[in-house]
Every structure is written in C-alpha cells, then in structure tokens.
Design a protein around this ligand. Structure first.
Ligand code: PAF
Length: 281
C-alpha cells in the first residue's frame, strides 16, 4: 500500500494507475475506520482494479458547536485496516494541503441539502460537497463509494455529480449494523454503556416500521408511528420523517414511490442518524 500526503504525489500515483489502464475506485473517509468503511473498501476492491482511500477530517463540514475537536482518530489502526483490506493507495492530506490559506471557493448544494440534517447542521453539506468535489478532482476515480447511513449525503453528492457533469459514478453501499441492529458509526465510541443500550431504540423503530411496510402497510402516519413509538430511549429527537428517497421531500398519505424513513436523535450528547429504505415496487 502506497501512502501519500500531498496532491502532487497523489496525482503521480493515480496517473501511473491510469496509464496501466486500471479502473480506479475511491472511498473517501474521515478516519476512525470501522467495518462500515471496511464494507465500502471491500465493495470497491470487488468492482475496481485499484482502490484509493482518503482519510481527512474535513473541518468545513462541522459547525462551530459540533464535535470536530473531539472527533475520534486512530491513524495507526486505520492504516492497518487499509493494509489488511488491500487498499492500493492511501491519501492522508493535511488541512493546509486541502485548504491553503487563500482558499475561498465552495460548492453550494441546492434544496436537497435543506431538510433533515441540513436543517440542524447549517453549512454541513456545503462543506461535504466542497471537500468531495475537491477529492474527486484530485483522485479522478471512475467509481466512488458512500454508505447508505448518510442517505442525505449520498443524495447531495449524486446531485452535485449530475449538475456539475463530474465524470464519476456513485455507488451506495447498504448500512452495516452491529448484531443487535445499531448502525455502525465512528461516533458510537462516544456512547456510555447505558447510552449504547438506549441508542438501539433508533434501529428498532426503523425495523418495526419496515416490518409493517413489508406486511403491506403503506400508510405514512402509521409507519411513522411504528418508528417513533420505539424512540423512548433517546434524549432528543431532531427528526423522524418519511421522505421521497430521491428528492428528500416529505411524503404524505400513502407510500407510492421509493421512500426512506430518516431519523436523527441525541442519546446523551451524541447525535446519531439512521434510515431505512422503503420500496413499494
Ligand atoms: O461520510 C464521510 O465520512 C464524510 O462526510 C466524507 C464523505 C468523507 C466527506 O468528508
């Protein structure tokens, strides 16, 4: 595994891969890798000839009162996992490399970035879209991999790729879960044992709604009741909404198209998100 720290080295390494005619896959991450990232890397390995992973804790996607300064990091473990999984090229840029002092150009996502997390994390998707566009320009991958847990992120990125004609395909990989159902997240490490138990109610609610949906229930109010009834364990619900899976607009009445139930909630001081897809066809 080759490890590079700046864009110049990255470009030389990527150029060599291109000259060999390799199909390049890319997994952007913020580090503290877990099996969820592992599954993105495995998918990338199986669908591409060369796998590039980036680890960059992107400051522009964190609000002033968010967890940037305490976001978990373990570069040594991350590098071992990448090596074990057969990553070919690991990109570890610094903040100064990604955002030199004169940096001033951002990507402003449209309405898909406004509901759900966009409402509670102003500027978050502007930071995500900007760093992902920069990384795409640096790596120039054929295919890039993102997790379904961050559903709104995948919608924002797909929209950006289409709107800006970026020459990359986007693959969305299903959410990986603990055996009891909790969605894997780097932020799970913040949870105390009691909070970890209570956090489970988020996925249990989503599974209850999914079970009702699979049994034929298409009534949105009823499905949302299943999801929210279980949310007794959290300390604050930011949202629990049933939305169109493509536009993220809230749906009313009956589920008549691909939809998702999306949840964001605080357990203690940890903000967790999760979602489940509902496809009526
Ligand atoms: O999902 C993440 O880890 C981040 O939002 C991403 C896509 C790496 C951009 O910083």
């Amino acid at each position: 595994m080759r490890v590079v720290h700046n864009v110049a080295e990255l470009r030389i390494a990527v150029k060599a891969m291109r000259e060999e005619g390799l199909r390049i896959g890319f997994v952007p991450t913020m580090g503290f890798l877990h099996e969820g990232h592992g599954s993105l890397i495995r998918q990338c390995k199986s669908r591409c000839d060369a796998t590039v992973v980036s680890i960059f804790l992107n400051p522009t996607q964190f609000g002033p009162n968010e967890d940037l300064s305490k976001y978990p990091q373990d570069l040594e473990a991350d590098q071992s996992l990448c090596l074990k999984l057969g990553v070919n090229l690991l990109f570890l840029p610094t903040v100064a490399e990604m955002y030199p002092s004169a940096f001033q150009t951002f990507i402003e996502p449209g309405p898909v970035a406004e509901p759900l997390c966009g409402k509670y994390r102003p500027g978050h998707f502007r930071g995500v879209a900007t760093v992902v566009a920069k990384l795409f320009n640096m790596v120039q991958p054929d295919l890039a991999f993102f997790g379904q847990k961050d559903l709104q992120q995948t919608v924002v990125i797909k929209r950006m790729v289409k709107d800006l004609n970026l020459p990359v395909d986007i693959a969305v990989v299903p959410t990986l879960r603990e055996p009891d159902g909790l969605a894997l997240s780097s932020r799970n490490v913040y949870l105390s044992p009691d909070e970890r138990k209570r956090a489970l109610c988020i996925s249990l609610g989503l599974f209850a709604a999914e079970a009702a949906f699979l049994a034929g229930d298409r009534d949105i109010a009823s499905l949302l009741t299943h999801a929210t009834e279980c949310l007794w364990g959290v300390d604050e619900i930011q949202y629990c909404e049933l939305v169109d899976a493509q536009s993220l607009e809230p749906l009313v009445g009956q589920v008549d198209r691909a939809a998702a139930i999306c949840v964001a909630a605080y357990v203690g001081s940890t903000r967790l998100i999760d979602n489940i897809l509902l496809n009526p066809n």
